[in-house]
Design a protein around this ligand. Sequence first.
Ligand code: ADP
Ligand code: MG
Length: 242
Amino acid sequence: MAYLELRNVNKWFGDFHVLKNINETIEKGEVLVICGPSGSGKSTLIRCINRLEEIDRGEILFEGKNIHDKSVDINNLRAEIGIVFQQFNLYPHLTVLKNITLAPIKVRKMPKDEAENIALELLERVGIKDQAHKYPAELSGGQQQRVAIARALAMKPKVMLFDEPTSALDPEMINEVLNVMKDLARDGMTMLCVTHEMGFAREVADRVIFMDGGEILERGTPEHFFTNPTHERTKAFLKEIL
Ligand code: ADP
Ligand code: MG
């Protein structure tokens, strides 16, 4: 049984066919990088995997269960499949520590002390334990994104989704976020990363898929992808970003 499987996933926004027959299988511990031009459906695809979007046709199976089934507890699903966005999406009125402990206390019913201990451990892991009592606006973009990663990890997710997590960052902050993601990958986290950071893709991706116009046009190992892409549109895309 596949860990995460997308079967003939189709989605429309009104008349617009945004995801066209997406088929993909992700194994436990695998790191999949998703790239492609703006508007190709990358964000929509990963948002369907933790049900920030619904699908119209097909199935998404996680550990054999259809995640769009009516019986699925959506809070539990989102705890198991965490997501990190381009724009961090931290709660501005809560401290870093509270941003991280809110969901474990509310959704996982964790005692406050335990949630705070875990949050501090995670902040240490992402290198910003000293920022625990600050508010998001007092942090740099790179620090805020590391808080967002720690917040997702606090739910003990089985899968992490990343939607262009470094695209809103100043260049000097990109590596501090990529390094956290590399550590996670090395620890065996199953990850789907929408990113145009091709150095990251080369270094840690097990596979790369290229989307255009709502379809997966090309898939393969990073080696295949960078040295021997077959589709003209993949070649054109790589030429633009490399
Ligand atoms: P990407 O992440 O690859 O840039 P998106 O998944 O964000 O692409 O968007 C794919 C297409 O779907 C775009 O043309 C976008 O304008 C459209 N789209 C995204 N979200 C919505 C929405 N909520 N309603 C209507 N159209 C949308
Ligand atoms: Mg996007």
